[in-house]
Design a protein around this ligand. Sequence first.
Ligand code: KG4
Ligand code: ZN
Length: 335
Amino acid sequence: MPPIKLLAIESSCDETSAAVLNNELVLSNETYTQAVHEQYGGVVPEAASRLHIKNIVPVVDAALKKANTQLEDLDAIAYTQSPGLMGSLLVGVHFAKGLSQVLNIPTIAVQHLHAHVLSNLIKEPRPPFPFLCLTVSGGHTQIIICKSPTDLELIGQTLDDAAGEAFDKTAKLLGLDYPGGPLVDKYAREGDHTIFTFNKPKIDGLDFSFSGFKTSVLYFLQKEMRKDQQFIIDNRNDLCASVQHTIVEILMEKLVKAVKETGIKHVCIAGGVSANSGLRTALQIEGEKRDWTTYIPNFEYCTDNAAMIGITGYYKFLEKDFACLDLAASPRSNF
Ligand code: KG4
Ligand code: ZN
């Protein structure tokens, strides 16, 4: 069979991204991040969809050019169909459908969280099946058994906030800009995580909760700030280190439990929070201690990107799992 050339499009939140793949090989992965949301302390859906409209043609052009690929070379277009912000999703979905009609090629609908898991298949060595994946992003926290590229089982998830939200919301309490996750990571490197301790949830099974942790940080900071207005500024690095350490411990305790319960020792992480240096180090240390083989996507494939949509699209193409033209974008979904 000749190689399959795919164009992939991701527009579920505030990143407009396009990638070109030759089978599993990523030829290009171009992402335009929408910095406008920083001033509002979170993603403004209306602004996000307008910027996707503005950016989608240039980003697709850039991806094709970098991959030295013409539109006529494409065999299919993969796009993020769910979950995400409706207005943002619609831009990518309709762009993909329109272009597929012009080129007379099929489209492939991809579920964003499925794609985060498969971002671990982009580079060698690839995890063998079945593998476990802890997906940690701004909107989701899940533990998944990936039995094959297209057969995934959800075995644990957050009951309230996502891990990325826990980072971003506590960062906001510390006076840091949005998105706060990368800033907490940066300041944590200079801090001592043993100085402060915060509550960890007591949730049975493999599910997560971050709301109690967030409240414990809030109450602690309110109490200390009443005594000393400079408290946060003077202790920023240690506070960040302690916040990060607690979130990473909450995640790793459940991951250890998932390995024990399933017996699966090939362990991956995915999603924006997998860029976190504390989580990456903890996975490596735990893996060495417990004889796991661990996998972490390259940095550019941790946060939202079209390459992961492309690799998922490639495996769906092999199964001829093409989308109907009347398939609508969906803000919520499970695989
Ligand atoms: O997967 P992603 O790019 O978008 C969603 O699908 O949500 O994840 C974004 C999340 C944000 O909450 C951001 O703060 C977090 O990932 N994040 C980090 C780091 N880099 C991104 N959190 C902690 N440490 C980081 N280095
Ligand atoms: Zn994501």
